[in-house]
Every structure is written in C-alpha cells, then in structure tokens.
Write a protein that binds this ligand. Structure first.
Ligand code: FES
Length: 84
C-alpha cells in the first residue's frame, strides 16, 4: 500500500501530555492497531511537546487535533476515525 494513503496518528509524548494520559493512550492505540489489523493503514508516530500542554493530552488523527484525550474517550475517537 502506498504510504501516502495511510492514516496518520500522532501522539504528543511531551512530559505534560505523557504524564496526564498519553502514557495510557499510547498503549490503547498500539493495542487498537494490532487488534484491528490496522498496521498497513496507519502511520503512527510520537512527537515532542507542541506547546498545547494546557489543552492536553493531545492526539492528532488525519490532521484533526483531539484535546483532553483520556482512556475513556480514545476508543470512540479511534472508532470514528476508522469507521469501526
Ligand atoms: S506536552 Fe503535549 S503539548 Fe506540551
């Protein structure tokens, strides 16, 4: 598959976002990708603090920014993004 067709997921791994929820969100996303066989459809990467800490934890999917992402909201966000 052409990598340009992959859905980009970027998670902020800066210390604020990481300690306030992205530590867990990272694991949830990794498990979600594996369980749904999405490896070929997703380009998953981390990035450093993007100076949105007060709105964090932040995650970007398909260039849409999700703020205040928690363990309880991440699954709904992923399901919507992947139509699952
Ligand atoms: S740590 Fe995520 S925006 Fe600063």
């Amino acid at each position: 598959m052409d990598t340009n067709n992959k859905i980009p997921i970027t998670i902020c791994l800066g210390s604020s976002c990481f300690s306030r929820g992205n530590r867990e969100n990272l694991e949830v996303i990794k498990r979600y990708i594996a369980e749904n066989n999405l490896n070929a459809r997703v380009q998953f990467k981390g990035q450093l603090c993007s100076e949105r800490c007060n709105r964090g934890p932040v995650i970007w999917i398909n260039d849409v920014e999700y703020q205040g992402v928690s363990k309880s909201s991440i699954l709904a966000i992923l399901n919507r993004a992947f139509g699952l």
